[in-house]
Design a protein around this ligand. Sequence first.
Ligand code: PMV
Length: 344
Amino acid sequence: MRGLRGDLPDKGAVACAPGKIILLGEHAVVYDRPGIATAVSVLSRVSVEPSDEFVLVNYGKALRISLDDIEEMGREIDEVVARRDFETLRIIARDRNVAPLYVVYVVSRSSRLLPAKIVIETEVRKGMGSSASVFSALALAYARYAGAEVSGEEVSAAAYAGDVVAHGGTPSGIDNTVVTQGGYIRFRRSEGFRRISAPPLPLVVVDSGEEASTAEMVALVRAERGRDPEGFEERMNRLASVVEAAERSLVSGNLSDLGRLMLEYYEILSTFGISTEALDEIVKTALSLGALGAKPTGAWGGGVCVVLPRDAEDGRRLAEEMREMGFDAFSVTAGVEGVRLCSG
Ligand code: PMV
């Protein structure tokens, strides 16, 4: 058994992590084209306090569990993941406490498994990297509580391990990378991740309220490749050029170019039939209210749209006007810092 259970730290730790948005590149990244993702100012907050029993408060409900049970579950998940038995993993992970407990187990391997009261709170929505955001804050707060020095990479790896469980498969790694590093990240399957140095950006996020299935949307795009392989490659190449140009406008701070490129991305990717009436309505409305650009993000088929205003004040105005029209809109800042220890 790992961990000195008698010797509890006398201090707790609190960590906060941002959410993530894919600015451009969704779906194209599946076909080895580049994408750009960014950390946005919606936060997850995880506090880890000394306690003589292990308590996890998640979704407002408290779960008490023994350290032995956490270790046993952790070892079982290690085995299931090692043999890539994702069907079993998905069954185990139906209990939404399993993935955060696994993150604790993973972190405890390089520190100690100690009893604690852990409270998870998040304002990050589904489709905005909510699980990676929560797991990175949990990994950092728990490691600090247990007295371990962890690098950003270790926090990111623990969040990834949690995401494998929460998603029942092997995600791209973009979510944990963005929420731990913060800022802007360019990613490409064959090249990996690279930081883009660019100033913070005001954005408006508008939630369609529709549930989207990433697997279904990815399958819809793939079906197009079967129908018209040449046209498919040609559209993918156009999407890649838009992303390359957008990276330049992001770095130079040319927001009107960036907005135009977001719209171009929207138009090209819409030809795959993955947009919805609600998403199209959001884009149209945002533009009619003076936005520089707007597009769905993530998997499409529902989920959220990202809207580019002229500046932060314009973003607040746009969000307010869209809310008055009945949309679920809120303004955020993109390019914010990654996971960090935060106070009380
Ligand atoms: O829903 P998200 O934010 O995980 O984005 C999905 C992005 C896709 O390109 C559609 C799928 C993928 O695995 O990259």
